[in-house]
Write a protein that binds this ligand. Structure first.
Ligand code: UD1
Ligand code: MG
Length: 462
C-alpha cells in the first residue's frame, strides 16, 4: 500500500494567515498527527500534496526520510485535483492507495490496518476486489460532511457533498471521513472524468466514488471504531475539540502505564513528554516539549514543566515554573519557584518560595528556600543561600559569573556582585554587599555598623 496525504488546501474556514494543517494540537501541527498515524501502519511509500504555504508545510516532515512531495498548482482546485497532482506517484501502482485528508488528525493507525484487512477478507471470502473502501461513521449532526449513499445491499453508490445534497440526502447520517483506500487502476479509470462542482468549481475526490459505482465497481464503507476518528478539522472550534480528544488519549495512555493524573480535564501533557512510572500529576499542571519525569516524581497543582528533566523522586510544589532545566534526584522545588535557561539543581537540594534560578548550576543538598535570585552562578554542595539573597549578575552591559564553593553560608539579604568567588566554608554575614572575593574559610561582613542611641526612640515617639 502507498499513502497520499492531502495538505495543499487554504483552510478558509480557519480565517487565518497560516495554512490550516499547520495549526497546532498540543504544540504539534495537525498534519504531524496524520503522519504519525501513517507511520503507525508502517507504510514505506508516502507522498504529500502541498500547495498553500508549501515550504512551511514541508517543514512538518523535516528529518523524515523517503517522503515525496507533489505540488498542487491551484490550492483551490479541490481534493480530486490534489490527487491528480500526485498522479505520478500512483498511476502505475498495482495495489491500493491510501488517500488521507490532512485535516483528519484523529484517525488511528489500527483503524486503517483494519480497513486493509477488510479488503483482504472481502477478496478471500466474497471473491471480489473492492475498488474503494471509505472510512465512515454515523453522526447525529452530519452537517458539512459528505453523505454516503448506499444501495439496498449496503454497497456505496456515491458520496454527496453538503452543498449538492437534496433534502432527503441531507437526512443521511453516515458521513465520509476523508480516509480512503482506492484500487489505483480503477481510480485512474475515473479520475479524469470528474466534473467541476456546480457550486464551487472544485474537483471533488468524492465524485470518483459515484463514477466507479456506475462502472459496476464495488465500493464499501468501513465504520470507524470511535466516532471522533472521522472528524475533520475545518474551523478553530473543531481544532479545540480535536485537541481535547488527543489530550485525553495521551493522559489515558500515561495513566494506564502507571502514572496518576488527578483531574485530567485540567492537565496538559504533550505527546513527546516521557513519564517513567509512578509519577503523580496534580490538577492544572502543564508538561511540555521533550520533558522527562523520572519514577515517583510529583508535580504540584498549577506548575509548568517545559523541556526539562526531573529525575527520580523530585517533588515540584505547586505553582512552580521549570524551563529548559534539570532537577536531580530527590530535590524539592517550589512552591512558587522559577528555574530557567539550562539550570541544574543537584540531588536533594531545596529551591523554595519565590526563588528564581537562571543559567546556574546548584550542587547537592543546597538550600535556597526563600526569596532569592541566583543568576549565572555555580554553587557548591551543602551551601546555604539565605532569604532575600541576590546574585547581581548584570552590570548594565554584560552578564558575569559567580563561583560559590561548598558549605558556604550566605546570610539573608546579601548582595553578591559578580564576577566573584566565594571560597568553600566562607561565611557571608547577613545584609552584606559583597564585591570582593572571599577566600576559603573566611567570614565577610560588609554593612554599616549598628549604633544604639539610648532612649532616643521613645523621645521621637512621644
Ligand atoms: C472533505 C470531503 C467530505 C468529507 C470531509 C471529511 C471532498 C470534496 N469532501 O470535505 O466528503 O466528509 O472531507 O473531513 O473531498 N485539499 C487539498 N487541495 C485542495 C483542497 C483540499 O490538498 O484543493 C486538502 C486540504 O488541505 C485538507 C483536505 O484536502 O487537508 C480536505 O479538504 P477540506 O477542504 O477540508 O474538505 P472538506 O470540505 O472537509
Ligand atoms: Mg475538511
Amino acid at each position: 500500500m502507498r499513502a497520499l496525504i492531502l495538505a495543499a488546501g487554504l483552510g478558509t474556514r480557519f480565517k487565518s494567515e497560516r495554512a490550516k494543517v499547520l495549526h497546532t494540537i498540543m504544540n504539534k501541527p495537525m498534519l504531524w498527527y496524520v503522519y504519525q498515524t501513517i507511520k503507525g501502519i508502517n507504510i514505506k511509500e508516502v507522498a504529500v500534496v502541498v500547495g498553500h504555504q508549501s515550504e512551511e508545510v514541508k517543514k512538518v516532515f523535516e528529518g523524515e526520510e523517503g517522503l515525496l512531495f507533489f505540488h498542487q498548482k491551484n490550492p483551490k482546485g479541490g481534493t480530486a485535483d490534489a490527487v491528480l497532482s500526485a498522479i505520478d506517484f500512483w498511476r502505475d501502482y498495482q495495489g491500493y492507495l491510501l488517500v488521507i485528508n490532512g485535516d483528519t488528525p484523529l484517525v488511528k493507525a489500527q483503524t486503517i490496518k483494519n480497513m486493509q484487512r477488510y479488503i483482504h477478507l472481502v477478496e478471500e471470502y466474497e471473491g471480489v476486489r473492492l475498488s474503494a473502501l471509505l472510512l465512515s461513521s454515523f453522526f447525529p449532526d452530519p452537517t458539512g460532511y459528505g453523505r454516503i449513499v448506499k444501495d439496498p445491499k449496503g454497497n456505496v453508490v456515491k458520496i454527496v457533498e453538503e452543498k449538492d445534497a437534496t433534502p432527503e440526502e441531507k437526512q443521511i447520517k453516515e458521513i465520509n471521513g476523508g480516509v480512503y483506500l482506492f484500487y489505483c487502476h480503477h481510480l485512474l479509470e475515473v479520475i479524469f472524468s470528474i466534473p467541476p462542482s456546480q457550486a464551487s468549481g472544485e474537483l471533488y475526490l468524492t465524485e470518483a466514488i459515484g463514477l466507479m459505482s456506475k462502472k459496476g465497481y464495488l465500493i464499501r464503507s468501513f465504520m470507524a471504531e470511535e466516532q471522533a476518528e472521522v472528524m475533520g478539522v475545518n474551523n478553530r472550534w473543531e481544532l479545540s475539540i480535536a485537541e481535547n480528544v488527543i489530550r485525553l488519549r495521551i493522559l489515558e495512555k500515561l495513566s494506564k502505564e502507571g502514572n496518576t493524573i488527578h483531574q485530567p480535564e485540567t492537565v496538559w501533557i504533550e505527546p513527546s513528554v516521557v513519564l517513567e512510572g509512578d509519577v503523580e500529576i496534580e490538577p492544572g499542571v502543564a508538561i511540555t516539549k521533550n520533558s522527562v519525569l523520572g519514577r515517583g516524581v510529583r508535580v504540584g497543582r498549577g506548575s509548568v514543566v517545559e523541556n526539562s528533566v526531573l529525575e527520580e523522586g523530585v517533588i515540584v510544589e505547586p505553582y512552580s515554573i521549570i524551563r529548559d532545566s534539570k532537577v536531580k534526584k530527590g530535590a524539592i522545588v517550589g512552591p512558587f519557584a522559577h528555574l530557567r535557561n539550562q539550570s541544574v539543581i543537584g540531588e536533594g537540594s531545596h529551591i523554595g518560595n519565590f526563588v528564581e534560578v537562571k543559567a546556574s548550576s546548584v550542587g547537592k543538598k543546597v538550600n535556597a528556600k526563600h526569596l532569592a535570585y541566583i543568576g549565572d552562578a555555580l554553587i557548591g554542595d551543602r551551601t546555604n543561600v539565605g532569604a532575600g539573597v541576590v546574585f547581581a549578575n548584570y552590570d548594565g552591559k554584560r552578564k558575569h559569573q559567580s563561583h560559590v564553593g561548598e558549605n558556604v553560608f550566605i546570610g539573608s539579604n546579601s548582595l553578591i556582585i559578580a564576577p566573584i568567588q566565594l571560597g568553600s566554608y566562607s561565611y557571608i554575614a547577613g545584609g552584606s554587599v559583597i564585591n570582593k572575593n572571599v577566600e576559603e574559610g573566611d567570614l565577610a561582613i560588609a554593612r554599616a555598623e549598628m549604633k544604639v542611641l539610648k532612649g532616643k526612640g521613645k523621645e521621637k515617639l512621644t
